[in-house]
Design a protein around this ligand. Structure first.
Ligand SMILES: *Cc1c(COP(=O)(O)O)cnc(C)c1O
Length: 401
């Protein structure tokens, strides 16, 4: 039977302590115990339903975590203060000195910088590969490899990972497959395709209102317990905890995610098809010309579409900058990093979100100067948006068919 992530969220039932239709927000950093013995047991991780201290867990964070676990189809989840606050403890939990990681080379700039510049301090080395080539991925595995890391749809090039194929390789070599699913919530369910750990930056589509950063790690109860362990858990010890007020707010936004994703996908698909037809270099997983179009189709939960992200290469950084400034002036969206907002957001990743990646490596992976990344908004009239975008492009001399 098809996996229905939005139904799983819808079917959860939480009440507030006074019968409120929203769960009460836990407004405490610490919790009392009736007996000293229960406090001890809670420290040892043996007292279910008892709370100790809010860096460890809090009712509000557990509610949000359970909703996200339901969405991803994992046993449980742990929410964190940011996406990086989810990614870094997962890596540090799974790897120690001498260990090795095989990672996609097209990943979020912050993750790339962490693996390239930061983890080597702990003698954890990463080999960056073209994740779309399974033979290349497998050949990069050494006897010290512990983790296979990728994004389901990569930032910013929108490469698509064959999660089932990667999962087979991971199982064969006894590795953990960690997938950042930030670009494709609901559309792709990595755990159902064999991922061991699924991560999101909640900052993007899931929260959807560009008012906070947040993150989540979805996985088995055992792994999440490990992350929260008071003695050696990376989430507990590195301390990137989400505040309860914020998790209550993200939970409320999560409830409209399915509607928003459908609209983001519908609008992005409309624009991608139009601009491709106009002869612009357009990348969108929903286009038949996308190298992984069929793969995405085979993995996706159909009703949510191919997502809200697309890229257009306008030829040069100068043109890209001129176009982005003009589109902002016409109120078509904002010249801003990040994604998943109700307005369209655009940026040139080569000089912003992926600037951590050295220029020669950018070239090698096909990240050109004139590339603009769009997070398409929830515009009610996308035809009007298209016409306005087109007139900006024509004004600065971008050639159409
Ligand atoms: C934004 C982003 C992150 C980092 O998340 P923060 O919430 O900014 O810490 C990680 N991965 C991807 C794919 C992202 O887009």
């Amino acid at each position: 039977m098809a996996f229905k992530p939005a139904n799983n969220i819808q079917d959860l039932q939480y009440f507030g302590e006074f019968g409120g239709v929203n769960p009460s927000i836990s407004d405490s950093s610490t919790y009392t115990f009736l007996s000293a013995k229960t406090m001890f047991d809670t420290f040892e991780g043996n007292a279910d339903g008892c709370y100790l201290y809010s860096r460890h867990s809090s009712p509000s964070n557990l509610y949000l975590g359970e909703a996200l676990a339901a969405m991803e189809g994992t046993e449980t989840a742990n929410v964190t203060a940011s996406g990086m606050g989810a990614i870094t403890p997962v890596i540090m939990q799974l790897c120690g000195a001498g260990d090795h990681i095989v990672s996609s080379r097209t990943i979020y700039g912050g993750t790339y910088a962490f693996l390239k510049n930061f983890t080597p301090r702990f003698n954890i080395e990463t080999c960056f590969v073209d994740i779309t080539k399974l033979d290349v991925v497998e050949a990069a595995i050494t006897k010290n490899t512990k983790v296979l890391y990728c994004e389901s749809v990569s930032n910013p090039l929108l490469e698509v990972a064959d999660i089932e194929g990667l999962s087979k390789i991971a199982k064969k070599h006894n590795l953990k497959l960690v997938v950042d699913n930030t670009f494709s919530p609901l559309s792709i369910s990595p755990a159902k395709l064999g991922a061991d750990v699924v991560i999101h930056s909640l900052t993007k589509f899931i929260n959807g209102s560009s008012d906070t950063v947040g993150g989540v790690v979805c996985g088995t109860q055992e792994f999440i317990n490990d992350l929260r362990n008071v003695n050696d858990g990376a989430c507990m010890l590195l301390g990137s905890t989400m505040d309860s007020l914020r998790s209550a707010s993200v939970l409320k936004n999560l409830r409209t995610l399915h509607i928003r994703m459908q609209q983001h996908s519908k609008n992005a698909s409309y624009l991608a098809k139009k601009f491709e037809k106009d002869g612009l270099k357009t990348v969108y997983p929903g286009l038949a010309s996308h190298p992984s179009h069929e793969l995405f189709k085979s993995m996706m939960n159909k009703q949510y579409g191919f997502g809200g992200m697309l890229t257009i290469d306008v030829g040069s950084l100068d043109k890209a900058n001129e176009l982005m400034e003009m589109m902002q002036e016409k109120n078509l969206g904002y010249l801003a990093v990040s994604l998943g907002f109700y307005k369209t957001l655009f940026s040139a990743p080569g000089s912003s979100t992926s600037s951590e990646i050295p220029e020669d490596e950018q070239q090698e992976m096909g990240l050109s100067d004139g590339l603009i990344r769009f997070s398409i908004g929830l515009d009610a009239d996308i035809e009007r948006t298209y016409n306005m975008m087109k007139s900006c492009m024509l004004k600065i001399g971008i050639e159409f068919n």
